[in-house]
Design a protein around this ligand. Structure first.
Ligand SMILES: [Zn+2]
Length: 240
């Protein structure tokens, strides 16, 4: 696992240390509103269509010393709560409804007294893990305020019908869930996924962002919009 995500913001500092898994690591901090981004890595099993895969997930904590938004609720509540470190949790925002991104959303909501946010397009996926548990809808264009700035929801269907990316213009940061990775789009080979749809989302919504936007992914290493954008036609040609 890479120690950090590359950062091109002049106000940001990147931690040089290699984090052990499940430890919150500050990957960016700066003078902007006292904003900082921490990563917690948790491990578990992704299950769909009768298959199961061991996966490491990135959980992103976006906020300042007082307030924080949790992006994804993967696998294990304890390291996430440790990363929150007593701060007020504004929301637990799930980028999509796959079980590995929502595993402990109800537990975090209960223990940290924060609403769960999910795009309703992923209701069928949510029901596979948390049937009957309610959440607040995250709709396209919606803004979530934290640390004196705003996180904007960008609906990017394809990996799943209700996939959203979270865009933080002030920090030129995009939290892409499983829609965009270093080297290509998220997987579309399983139920509720569609390759042409994810390509449209990436082309029209994500590649419209500035090239120096840092991309913080749901799994693995990060990238930038400018690094990925030249490769769109290759992805279309290879079909995944
Ligand atoms: Zn997924």
């Amino acid at each position: 696992m890479a120690a950090t995500l590359g950062c091109r913001s002049s106000t940001a500092v990147v931690s040089p240390d290699t984090p052990p898994p499940t430890t919150a690591t500050v990957v960016r901090s700066g003078t902007m509103s006292g904003l900082r981004i921490d990563r917690v890595v948790t491990s578990g099993v992704f299950e769909l269509d009768g298959g199961s895969w061991n996966v490491d997930n990135n959980v992103w904590l976006v906020g300042d010393d007082k307030d924080v938004v949790i992006i994804d609720a993967a696998h294990d509540a304890e390291p996430i709560i440790k990363g929150v470190d007593g701060r007020n949790v504004v929301a637990v925002v799930c980028t999509h409804g796959h079980n590995d991104h929502v595993t402990v959303a109800p537990e975090l909501s209960r223990r940290l007294d924060a609403p769960i946010r999910l795009h309703p397009g992923d209701q069928p996926l949510w029901d596979m893990t948390h049937q009957g548990v309610s959440y607040r809808s995250t709709d396209d264009g919606e803004k979530i305020s934290v640390a004196g700035t705003e996180i904007q929801a960008v609906h990017t269907p394809g990996h799943s019908p209700g996939s959203v990316c979270l865009y933080l213009p002030e920090a030129k940061a995009l939290f892409s869930g499983d829609t965009l990775f270093s080297g290509g789009p998220g997987a579309t080979g399983r139920s509720f996924s569609d390759f042409p749809t994810i390509i449209d989302s990436i082309r029209e919504r994500l590649f419209a962002l500035p090239g120096d936007t840092e991309v913080y992914t749901g799994h693995g290493d990060g990238t930038t919009i400018g690094t990925e954008a030249p490769h769109l036609e290759e992805w279309i040609a290879r079909g995944n």
